[in-house]
Design a protein around this ligand. Structure first.
Ligand SMILES: N[C@@H](CCC(=O)N[C@@H](CS)C(=O)NCC(=O)O)C(=O)O
Length: 218
């Protein structure tokens, strides 16, 4: 049985939703292990054996660990194409990967500058500046996703739930933590609220014990 190591509310939510969608399509169950990032559980010797980078997610398949969201999700899609987590048609598949890659290499890494500014500069003033500029950039990315959500039918890639929907949900939650009020992105928020009602997404939210709205007015 496949096993996912995830951090509650972290980017590992993306393959987590994928595993739930596969379970819904095939009945194939999976195991999970929560890794508490705030407690530093990603740095234990046991975890570093699975992923020497000390990051979630890790998917263990037949005793072999696989890291990196895009690789894990591509594996899940190929394992179970009937779940429809990525479009099968050649061009639509490429377009889906284009959105997915942008989310993973640009939107996600912009948030890393907010969450871990100490990885990018020494000293509080430089870190505060990195964080401030990253929040502005992150907001721009969320606005671009809102533009995509405006045409959601009902999901970002059409009629099937996909990995990019799960990523979009994660980003709106992270925006709240960064001080971006979801009320200022009403179309995006309404889309995420609908998304949260779909059974695979609702199941992953429940297992991770997370709430949708993370915004706290400063
Ligand atoms: N490029 C990696 C990024 C993974 C990543 O950034 N994971 C974050 C959580 S969203 C993490 O584990 N952070 C732990 C830390 O910063 O100590 C992927 O696609 O899997």
């Amino acid at each position: 049985m496949m096993k996912l190591y995830y951090g509650p509310g972290a980017c590992s939510f993306v393959p987590h939703v994928g595993l739930e969608a596969i379970k819904a399509a095939t009945g194939d169950d999976f195991e999970t292990q929560a890794v508490k990032l705030h407690k530093g559980e990603q740095h234990t010797p046991e975890y570093l054996q699975l992923n020497p980078l000390g990051l979630v997610p890790v998917l263990v398949v037949d005793g072999q660990p696989l890291s990196q969201i895009v690789a894990i999700c591509d594996y899940l899609d190929r394992c179970c194409p009937q779940a429809g987590l990525l479009p099968a048609a050649l061009w639509r598949h490429a377009e889906a990967l284009s959105v997915f890659a942008w989310m993973n290499n640009t939107v996600h890494s912009t948030f890393t500058r907010i969450f871990r500014p100490q990885n990018f500069a020494d000293g509080e003033p430089a870190q505060a500046e990195i964080k401030r500029t990253a929040v502005g950039a992150f907001r721009g990315h969320l606005e671009r996703i809102q533009g995509m959500a405006e045409n959601a039918a009902p999901f970002l890639l059409g009629d099937k739930l996909s990995f990019v929907d799960a990523y979009a949900l994660v980003f709106l939650r992270w925006g709240g933590l960064a001080g971006i009020d979801p009320a200022s992105l009403p179309i995006y928020r309404a889309y995420v609220e609908r998304l949260a009602q779909t059974p695979p997404v609702a199941a992953a939210i429940a297992r991770e014990g997370i709430k949708l709205d993370t915004y706290q007015k400063k």
